[in-house]
Design a protein around this ligand. Structure first.
Ligand code: HEM
Ligand code: SF4
Length: 581
């Protein structure tokens, strides 16, 4: 260490301790200059603390969330969670934000309760875990869970007395919720059918598992400036939407015939960007170290003085992808292979409807069933039932998808009828129209204070209307999101609805619920951002317009082989605006 570095670290340690002392907290580094220099450097939160220090040294003010992370490390607040639960009190001030590091979201004012977001590497829970989650939802929460757009589950309406019990019981089941919210890497997604997928290049399960545990067990990686998403795309028939993630590892076949993972970075459709491919193609074993290095570069350089500019995209915008990857390379002990896109073989397109319905596996002896959970809603009885089916008649996994539904695989042909009967008894449908299966909706105003609309109710009304008035024989994705935060990612859907308030005719009346209407978004090979064609309109008036939009497509497409997305790409959006005017 140079004298200059030693001086810097000494000053840094002094600054941290002075602030901690002012806040009535124990010093971290004490005053021994030489030792403190080493200890600062070795402090488990050094990545975050250094970055914060640099922000302040540059004359910028840290956002309150950064100060909260520094002054009261969220990972160390277990005693607070216990004490609050014992008294039945709710978190106050920055505790609300820090609770999210444990997967706990205080959902006031919409519900005076908590939501717990779990983690399901690859979107998979074991049957036993699903049964256990259902028990927790019954005993401590509202008796249901939501399947989320990251192939995950959320338990809602948890009583303030029960927060610690929920976490403990989940941990008993092997479910760790740390880092499920706030400035952390969220649930790691993969191919839902991994292991039984007929077209995948690679089974994403071990990679998701490895990444999941690396994150859970690496304290430095809880020190990011903002949230972060990582996805593995094994090239399966059913996939996640990997190019909407900050890091997208997508399986390709290299010229030597081996499978590699092409690294793409910076996906964030809420800010109008998909992940951009780099020239790096890494081995399966290199994925986690590469992600670790990307996270460290991001943690060191991401903005900590403005939450709106804190996602990795902004670091990439400033540095450029090549310079960013050079910085990543500096942290690696190996040199990843690089290829031109033309040298790589990519997998066939995913299927638009393999995530619902009954499908034969490659061996023709087993089947998978994709079950529709209405916009993610799954009662505890249904979840328990799915867990039991997975354990007794399936391969032991409840496989969730980013389309907010569940799949069970490995069902022997002779057990199919039994499973179908069990699903019917649970009130779970698998034989739904392709467009109903391709609809997702965010939490909406029943559980989210930001929402302008009741998204799940409106998605249901839209599905009912379209089924009644149209014969939709083609795959379609409709995403309904309640506010511009875009949790349901309305801009990457064929049809996207963005919730808003609509001015009433009589200004003395309350504002009405309504939507802006987007068309033409897509992901993967068909990536593109939807364009707004009209809005704001009330919910009642926007629903029939969507039917008109679909009629325009149906009547003018080149044939059934031309998808909605391709049609919009060819004809533009004016054809719709003219028709609905
Ligand atoms: C009470 C507030 C909120 C609720 C109930 C909520 C709900 C959700 C849920 C359930 C998911 C799927 C998450 C998963 O499985 O990991 C999600 C994802 C997402 N959320 Fe939120 N969210 C809230 C606030 C926000 C805010 C404030 C932002 C942006 C500033 C945001 C942006 C997103 C985006 C872009 C996604 C898409 C998937 C991703 O990139 O992680 N959300 N949200
Ligand atoms: S998109 Fe908006 S309304 Fe919907 S869950 Fe996210 S923050 Fe809430």
């Amino acid at each position: 260490m140079t004298d200059e570095q030693r001086e810097y670290l000494k000053g840094f340690a002094f600054g941290v301790d002075a602030r901690r002392e002012k806040a009535g907290m124990a010093k971290l580094f004490e005053s021994d200059a030489d030792e403190s220099a080493t200890r600062v450097h070795n402090h488990p939160d050094a990545l975050q603390l250094d970055a914060q220090e640099r922000t302040e040294a540059a004359g910028e003010k840290l956002v309150p969330e950064e100060m909260a992370k520094r002054d009261a490390p969220p990972l160390d607040m277990w005693p607070t969670i216990r004490a609050n639960a014992a008294e039945g009190t709710v978190p106050k001030g920055t505790e609300v934000f820090r609770y999210k590091y444990h997967g706990l979201f205080y959902t006031a004012p919409t519900q005076d309760a908590f939501m717990c977001r779990l983690r399901a590497p690859n979107g998979h829970f074991t049957g036993r875990q699903a049964i256990g989650i259902a028990d927790v939802a019954d005993e401590h929460a509202g008796g249901y869970a939501h399947v989320t757009t990251r192939a995950n589950l959320q338990i809602r309406e948890i009583h303030p007395h029960s927060t610690d019990q929920v976490l403990l019981k989940l941990q008993d089941l092997g479910i760790i919720t740390r880092g499920a919210g706030a400035d952390n890497v969220r649930n790691i997604t993969g191919d839902p059918l991994a292991g039984i997928d007929p077209q995948a290049f690679f089974d994403t399960r071990p990679l998701c598992r490895e990444m999941h545990y690396h994150l859970i067990n690496t304290r430095a990686l809880y020190g990011l400036p903002r949230k972060f998403n990582i996805a593995f795309n094994g090239g399966g028939l059913v996939r996640g939407v990997s190019d909407t993630n900050d890091i997208d590892f997508s399986a390709v076949i290299k010229p030597d015939g081996e499978v590699g993972f092409q690294v793409s970075i910076g996906g964030i459709p809420g800010h109008d960007d998909f992940a951009q491919a780099t020239s790096w193609v890494v081995t399966p074993g290199q994925c986690v170290p590469v992600a670790d290095a990307i996270l460290r570069v991001y943690a060191g350089r991401g903005c900590r003085s403005d939450r709106k500019k804190a996602r990795m995209k902004y670091v990439l915008d400033e540095m450029g992808n090549d310079a960013f990857m050079d910085a990543v390379l500096d942290l690696l002990a190996f040199q990843p292979d690089q290829f031109a896109p033309g040298d790589l073989r990519t997998p066939p397109y995913p299927s638009a409807d393999a995530h619902v319905g009954i499908h034969a596996q490659d061996d023709d002896a087993h089947y998978w069933i994709g079950v529709w959970t209405p916009f993610g809603y799954c009662s505890s009885d249904q979840l328990r039932g799915l867990g039991q089916i997975a354990d007794t008649d399936g391969d032991g996994l409840v496989r969730l998808t980013v389309w907010q539904n569940a799949m069970i695989g490995g069902i022997p042909g002779e057990r199919l009828e039994t499973v179908k009967a069990a699903l019917a008894a649970l009130g779970l449908e698998y034989d739904v129209s392709t467009f109903r299966a391709g609809m997702v909706a965010c939490t909406g105003n029943v559980g989210c204070k930001f929402s302008n609309t009741n998204t799940k109710r409106d998605a249901g009304a839209l599905a009912d209307y379209l089924e009644k008035h149209l014969n939709l024989d083609y795959p379609l994705n409709i995403h309904v999101t309640g506010c511009p935060n875009s949790c349901a990612q309305h801009k990457v859907a064929d049809i996207g609805l963005l919730g808003t308030k609509v001015e009433p005719e009589d200004e003395d009346d309350e504002p009405l619920e309504g939507y802006h209407l987007y068309v033409g978004g897509g992901v993967g090979e068909k990536r593109g951002l939807g364009e707004k064609i009209t809005g704001p309109l009330t919910t009642d008036s926007v629903i029939p317009l969507i039917a008109e939009v679909l009629n325009v497509y149906h009547d003018n497409r080149l044939g059934p082989q031309e998808s909605f997305r391709d049609f919009v790409g060819r004809s533009g959006t004016a054809v719709f605006t003219t028709a609905i005017e």
